[in-house]
Design a protein around this ligand. Structure first.
Ligand SMILES: [Zn+2]
Length: 338
């Protein structure tokens, strides 16, 4: 467990402190919480990766945020529309899931919160499946089925294991990178899972028309790379290619005027050089390091709201603030990318 989560666990230390007091202490006026998925019963996408909130928990989060912060849209950020004494939040969702269209958007319309969703250009219209969702499906299956000896042998060979051991298999699946997608696909063939059938039947991603419909209702959209690689595993050239090509495709598809980009997973491994090159694109970029300052003025860190345990928005936001204030005391509150 991370130090930050440990902070959340001990929330009785800080939960009585008013959030505005902590915001002032941290010298902050805006927070950017983000989610992926809100659970509405069946969840075949993320269950083995992290805990997603139920509709009820999500609505409680939104109402907490609305009580203490003013909801801004991403365009307000670009216009730098702020009033000094007001605490604000900008909500975002990642990955462009159909769950956003079916479950999240109706809640947000009701609550009058207009968030931005960051899309992977390769996944729109269910053309491809994110490798982590493949991992989720394979873990789910391995927990349920009993494999024949032949299939076990094939898995041992594929993963170069000494013997068939579910613990090692889960370890491989959990740690698999995008460069191991072919292995995941072969694994799926062995256990007779078809990702293309899954895409066709479950339609986990939004279609172009659904995105356009939400855009017309006031939701914002931005890019989130083409197929969601970890940027720390890419060289600069590929980082730029993933970023600029996905942005171009998404802006073109949905006639978007602004350049908004959220790094897939995180901005770990993204150096100053990257930002120096993209500066001419007039792009606003977003990371996922929680409450943290950045040397790059056009780069904003967002607060992840999903963990392996469910924490309320109050616990997470106050915990992030406490963690930030403590880090500031030792000068570790700012990302340095030398
Ligand atoms: Zn993502």
């Amino acid at each position: 467990m991370s130090l930050k989560e440990l902070c959340f666990r001990f929330n009785f230390f800080y939960k009585l402190l008013p959030v505005h007091f902590l915001m002032k202490l941290a010298n902050k006026s805006m927070i950017l919480p983000f989610y992926h998925f809100v659970n509405d019963g069946e969840n075949r996408l993320t269950r083995n990766l992290y805990q997603s909130k139920t509709k009820k928990q999500f609505i409680e989060d939104i109402q907490y945020l609305k009580t203490h912060f003013t909801a801004l849209s991403i365009n307000d950020l670009q216009l730098k529309k702020h009033s000094k004494n007001n605490f604000r939040f900008i909500l975002s969702f990642d990955d462009g899931l159909a769950n956003f269209y079916n479950v999240v958007a109706p809640i947000l319309l009701e609550e009058e919160v207009y968030c931005i969703n960051f899309l992977n250009s390769s996944f729109i219209d269910n053309k491809e499946l994110f490798y982590r969702y493949k991992v989720n499906i394979l873990i789910e299956l391995m927990l349920k089925i009993k494999l024949s000896e032949t299939k076990k042998e094939s898995i041992i060979k594929l993963l170069e294991l000494k013997k068939f051991n579910k613990k090692d298999i889960f370890k491989f699946l959990r740690n698999a990178s995008i460069h191991q997608t072919t292995t995941l696909d072969t694994f799926a063939e062995i256990v007779e899972v078809s990702f293309s059938d899954f895409l066709e039947q479950e339609k986990p991603y939004m279609s172009k028309n659904q995105i356009l419909e939400l855009k017309n209702k006031g939701f914002g959209f931005g890019a989130h790379s083409k197929n969601h690689p970890r940027y720390s595993q890419l060289n600069l050239k590929d980082q730029l290619k993933e970023t600029l090509e996905s942005l171009l495709e998404i802006n073109d598809l949905f006639s978007l005027k602004n350049n908004f980009f959220a790094f897939p997973f995180s901005d770990d491994g993204v150096k100053n050089e990257f930002f120096e090159i993209i500066v001419k694109e007039k792009m606003l970029t977003f990371g996922s390091s929680g409450l943290k300052d950045d040397e790059i003025e056009t780069h904003y860190q967002r607060i992840p709201m999903e963990f392996n345990t469910i924490y309320s928005a109050e616990t997470i936001i106050k915990g992030e603030l406490i963690y930030y204030i403590l880090k500031k005391l030792i000068g570790k509150h700012k990302t340095k990318r030398k």
